[in-house]
Design a protein around this ligand. Structure first.
Ligand code: ZN
Length: 291
């Protein structure tokens, strides 16, 4: 996961460079609102894990009264097709480590920059690096503009830079419920978290549709896992008692976590642990292999 320290300071450089490179009319507008932008940066910095307390933007977000609209100018700092802006974007993606595992779902490779506070509602943060997180396209689609509700000060998504207290745990626990060929899943949050943290995690799971991802994963792995366990059963059925055989199944599944290199992947891991610790499921396999 990216370290917040790596981002410190750079955003003001980007802001200055982008503003200085704009054409005169737009530059004048941006220069005028620059003190507001930097004061908002400072606010963001001070809120850290209480990002939901950042109040709504004071930049008028509705119909422009001037020919050069402030909100648009701010968003345009990021979206601009000018060559220098594209170069910044490339640099930012490198800095933000494009290609790491998506910190929202912990499953897919990150390819897109998400503005944690969406630029449509918080345009002053469009170029602010600590507001940018590289995530996968699925999560980007699911999250859309709903990270924070400024009317109720409620946050619906975890922030990988600020919620380190949560991210240090494998916070998702997954219980597999029969029928196993087309399972349902009960998702629980790790007991070491506070009730507020648990609530936020549950909102996060709902927002980025983690359950849907678990269902797909299970669909992909169920047959493969069944085949492996069956092979093992046939080889060892005369050697082990039922209880030992189930222990053996458990070891094979735990072993998958290492061989598939999914130690850092919280969904994968929770699914396999949920599988290995599910006595009823291990017994189910034993019974169908016997038939
Ligand atoms: Zn994702």
């Amino acid at each position: 996961m990216i370290n917040m320290e790596e981002l410190t300071g750079k955003h003001v450089d980007y802001l200055n460079k982008v503003i200085n490179n704009k054409q005169k009319k737009r530059r004048t507008v941006l220069e005028k609102i620059k003190p507001y932008i930097t004061s908002r940066y400072a606010k963001y910095q001070s809120k850290k894990s209480t990002l939901e307390d950042i109040n709504a933007s004071e930049i008028p977000l509705d119909v422009p009264s001037d020919k050069i609209n402030k909100k648009y100018s701010l968003i345009h700092m990021y979206d601009s097709q000018e060559q220098y802006a594209r170069e910044y974007l490339k640099e930012m993606k490198e800095l933000l480590k494009e290609g790491i595992i998506c910190p929202y779902c912990g499953l897919t490779e990150s390819k897109q920059i998400d503005h944690f506070l969406p630029k449509s509602k918080f345009p002053e943060f469009s170029l602010y690096l600590p507001n940018m997180i590289v995530i996968c396209s699925d999560c980007n689609k699911s999250k859309d503009n709903i990270a924070i509700d400024t009317t109720t000060n409620t946050r619906y998504v975890l922030n990988p830079y600020h919620d380190l207290d949560i991210y240090k745990y494998d916070f998702i626990e997954c219980e597999i419920i029969p029928p196993y060929e087309a399972s349902k899943f009960k998702i629980k949050i790790c007991d070491d978290l506070t009730s507020t943290q648990k609530m936020l995690c549950l909102e996060h799971i709902k927002t980025v549709e983690i359950e849907k991802k678990i269902i797909t994963l299970w669909r992909n792995y169920f047959d493969e896992l069944s085949r492996r366990l069956k092979k093992n059963y046939k080889k060892n059925k005369n050697k082990y008692t039922d209880k030992e055989m189930m222990e053996n199944f458990k070891e094979i599944i735990i072993d998958e976590i290492d061989t598939k290199n999914i130690e850092k992947n919280i969904i994968h891991k929770s699914l396999f642990l949920g599988c290995a610790n599910n006595q009823a499921l291990l017994k189910y396999w034993l019974t169908i292999f016997k038939d």
